[in-house]
Design a protein around this ligand. Structure first.
Ligand SMILES: Nc1ncnc2c1ncn2[C@@H]1O[C@H](COP(=O)(O)OP(=O)(O)O)[C@@H](O)[C@H]1O
Ligand SMILES: [Mg+2]
Length: 458
């Protein structure tokens, strides 16, 4: 049955478990006055009595008694959706974002990441959803309740954090912040128990590792052309063979991020081998006549087994510096991938990677493409966009778990070919700080809510 947007209000009736609807909604939802119906919010349900409101038969106001509100764990009034599914009248959707580091501070409940989560939650405006943050410890598994942080509008026209007890949600967006947090017992226990006890979709669960992504994508003909040749735990012989084949290779930690631990090696004819990396304080560049001492130098302090070696791609340059793209993609409410943002990242002087941390600069992708390719720019953009969507579909299909969001690092080589370096299941949002990417930021935040509505079947 169709999903209906309504305004939810509460009635102070502590002893009556009832829901009051105007005539036209009773008709649409096939409800008779005085009948009993199961009403649900997220994973909680209560049997309530239906009443038909006498006033204003055409209004879209649905009233819930305080007793029903309390028993269902309805967090707040306002714009929301209702839907009849068989014997149940659903109110929602209820969307929970799970993370760690949740505190009791009224001003900054998620510590330094409060601003990040505030922006996520602000995207609910006008969407008609229950949307909140919670941590694995906040779940009451017996009662199907959870203590969540909501962002509510104040009378002064601002927002304030409110901690409210609500029903276990319809859908969960996994925002566990790091691999280290992911490994914690509480997080593991939460995910295990959730999978066992609830039929509840969670999207963007966990983290990808670079080798896993390579193994998953390289055999697929529809995306294989975009995946650079990669090997795990490189031996000296592998490095020599790869350098012979490609002249340049990248060594990357499997679970790395932000460019940490990345090493570039080049074979320069008649000059020897060059190694470049960032050592935490600055860029290091060293020459070696023979490969063995270079190999020993690189793997003196790095664990070979947690590294991979990858075909180096000669990236297109902007003002003499290599650049690549962060393509941010989302699933929309129709369950299709859309690109919300394409940002170019231009490498800092002498840097091996394009991260802002090592002097890189973010620019709207469009601007850099127009600058470099003139009238052809849209063709190039379309090539990057279509590769990104094909790759996202391939990742989602092979993973077999719901994915609502991806951050892909894609580069164009000097021949115009598109390559993928990395797929992020927990993409950062720092590119969106760029003043000309604000609209993309809003679109991206809104799509997280839209896909959640899809998964919640609203
Ligand atoms: N094979 C490669 N060839 C050329 N440049 C690369 C290659 N791999 C990585 N890079 C550069 O290094 C950056 C960081 O690599 P990435 O694999 O995304 O690691 P991280 O997880 O540290 O972000 C890329 O955005 C790209 O600019
Ligand atoms: Mg990256």
């Amino acid at each position: 049955m169709e999903t209906i947007r309504v305004r939810l209000r509460f009635l102070a009736y502590p002893n009556e478990i009832g829901i009051i609807l105007p005539l036209h909604l009773c008709q649409k939802l096939q409800l008779r006055p005085r009948q009993k119906i199961i009403v649900s919010v997220g994973k909680r349900e209560v049997t309530a009595t239906v009443y038909q409101s006498r006033k204003d038969p055409e209004s879209n106001v649905v009233k819930v008694t305080s007793a029903l509100k309390q028993q269902l764990g309805i967090p707040h009034a306002g714009l929301i959706h209702i839907k009849r599914e068989n014997d149940t009248l659903r109110i929602g959707p209820s969307i929970g974002i799970v993370t760690t580091g949740v505190t009791n501070s009224m001003r900054k409940p998620i510590g330094l990441r409060s601003g990040f989560f505030q922006k996520l939650l602000q995207a609910q405006e006008g969407k008609g959803v229950f949307y909140f943050i919670f941590s694995p410890q906040d779940v009451d598994w017996e009662q199907h309740l959870v203590k969540g942080w909501f962002l509510r509008p104040t009378k002064q026209g601002q927002y304030a954090w409110r901690k409210l007890t609500t029903a276990m949600p319809d859908v969960i967006y996994d925002r566990i912040p790091s691999r280290a947090a992911e490994k914690q017992d509480v997080v593991q226990a939460f995910k295990l128990r959730l999978a066992h006890e609830f039929n509840l979709p969670m999207f963007n669960c966990g983290f990808f590792d670079k080798w896993g992504v390579y193994k998953m994508l390289s055999p697929l003909p529809e995306v294989n052309e975009h995946i650079p040749e990669t090997h795990l735990s490189p031996s000296m012989e592998t490095m020599r063979a790869m350098l012979r084949k490609y002249r340049m290779v990248y060594l990357k930690p499997i679970n790395g991020s932000l460019g940490y631990g990345i090493v570039k090696v080049r074979h320069l004819p008649r000059k020897g081998y060059e190694v470049t990396y960032h050592n935490g304080t600055g860029h290091v560049r060293r020459m070696f006549q023979k490969l063995l001492p270079l190999y020993q130098h690189v793997f003196r302090n790095r664990r070979k087994r947690s590294y991979l070696i990858q075909q180096g791609i000669q990236l297109c340059t902007y003002q003499g510096r290599p650049f690549d793209f962060r393509v941010h993609l989302h699933k929309n409410q129709q369950n299709n991938w859309v690109v919300s943002c394409m940002a170019a990242k231009v490498a800092g002087a002498g840097s091996v990677t394009t991260h802002v941390r090592t002097g890189g600069m973010v620019m709207p992708g469009e601007e850099i493409l127009q600058h470099l390719f003139g009238r052809q720019w849209q063709l190039v953009e379309e090539r990057v966009r279509s590769a990104a969507i094909r790759i996202s579909n391939a990742i989602e299909e092979t993973q077999g778990i719901p994915l609502g969001e991806l951050g892909l690092d894609l580069g164009i080589d000097t021949h115009g070919h598109v390559w993928m370096f990395e797929a992020n299941s927990k993409p950062g949002r720092s590119i969106f700080k760029h003043s000309r990417l604000r609209q993309a930021d809003q679109m991206s935040l809104g799509l997280i809510v839209d896909y959640s509505c899809y998964l919640a079947n609203f």
